[in-house]
Design a protein around this ligand. Structure first.
Ligand code: AMP
Ligand code: MG
Length: 343
């Protein structure tokens, strides 16, 4: 199919392009668009056929449910059967923003959206282009990351073009994404709020608002064979470049010595800026060691660059797990298929 490209500098400068993209969504088409987390591949979330087309374009397993994106709180009762007090508190604190809440779903939400679960994931993004597209289409928009399933998530329009050109109706280029990692997913469908995926809103921030918040063990550990995933997305290999990635937990000296000792053609380091002078292999840098927000912003582009450079084996310097660092660590662990070396 022919993929239209819309370059949107702002919602005020390019209303016509926004309207065209919104009409494609309203008519059941697929549109990739920027959000503050990563680029999303959107479709009308109440149209089961349109949602099925998302799975097809991405090659996404059908039991991996999608997030519905809304542009005001009035869209919530149509989608969520119950909105517990904790959800209201989180909405007041973090919406619009990079937080997704899992809530009991209404019958209006098609089963293809929820992967057959009785719950639905909902987010109110802060990105103005995303919100304006949703508002103009007048639909909740189902939107997973706009990449081919398994590859690093897209944080620029070019990443979407690389993965989805010819597979979707349109790509909206609105610049690079601020956070750079997917939203925090928290389930409020059980007794105690449970983080299913870490992201831009940190566990520490959630605890400040709600008190007790648990973190699903699958965030930092591989799941046992046959174990049921609270968040189906977490059981799949994810975010992976073509190269084999090994995550190395070590201080700067030990990391650089270890990588240099393993130097050979095809070996790359995915490292912090501080490591660069001490490394004797080609490097791709993903921010400063003590700057998790920088790391989050740079990580997916860095993983894609390793593919372009034809890296075969990548030693990745392990980030701290504090704050947004937990989300960076979670994505890198999956990119490395849990291959972690502790020095
Ligand atoms: P993505 O669309 O790539 O950002 O992934 C969406 C994430 O949200 C996946 O990890 C899903 O497993 C998770 N998710 C979506 N809906 C639900 C739900 N109803 N219950 C639990 N996790 C969900
Ligand atoms: Mg994804």
């Amino acid at each position: 199919m022919e993929t239209k490209l819309f370059k949107i500098n702002s919602i005020y400068e390019n209303p016509d392009e926004l309207e065209q993209a919104a009409q494609i969504l309203a008519r059941g088409g697929l549109v990739a668009f920027p959000t503050e987390t990563v680029y999303g591949l959107g479709a009308n979330g109440l149209n089961a056929d349109a949602v099925r087309a998302i799975y097809q374009a991405k090659g996404r397993p059908s039991d991996n449910p999608l997030i519905l994106h809304i542009c005001d709180l009035e869209m919530l009762p149509q989608l969520a059967r119950e909105v517990p007090e904790a959800a209201v508190k989180l909405a007041m604190a973090f919406w619009p923003g990079p937080l997704t809440m899992v809530l009991p779903k209404t019958d209006q939400v098609p089963d293809v959206v929820s992967g057959g679960l009785d719950t639905v994931a909902i987010r109110f993004p802060s990105h103005l282009i995303a919100r304006e597209l949703i508002r103009r289409s007048q639909k909740p928009i189902a939107a997973p990351s706009a990449n081919l399933s398994g590859s690093p998530s897209p944080t620029t329009a070019q990443h979407c073009i690389d993965d989805l050109m010819g597979r979707v109706d349109a790509i909206v280029d609105g610049g690079s994404c601020g956070v750079g990692l997917e939203s925090t997913v928290v389930s409020l469908a059980g007794e105690i709020p449970m983080v299913l995926r870490p992201g831009g809103v940190t566990v520490e921030q959630l605890r400040e608002v709600l008190g007790e918040v648990r973190v699903d063990p699958a965030v930092t550990h591989p799941m046992a064979q046959g174990q049921k995933a609270a968040s189906p997305g977490m059981k799949y290999k994810h975010y992976a470049p073509k190269a084999k990635v090994i995550l190395v937990e070590a201080d700067q000296d030990a990391f650089c010595q270890y990588v240099n000792a393993n130097k050979k053609p095809g070996v790359f380091a995915l490292c912090f800026s501080e490591d660069v002078p001490d490394l004797q292999v080609p490097v791709v840098c993903y921010g400063g060691q003590t700057h998790p927000e920088q790391q989050a912003h740079a990580l997916f582009d860095a993983l894609r660059r390793l593919d372009q450079e034809k890296a075969e084996l990548v030693y990745a310097h392990c980030p701290s797990q504090q704050g947004v660092g937990l989300a960076v660590y979670n994505r890198l662990l999956r990119a490395a298929a849990f291959d972690l070396v502790e020095l």
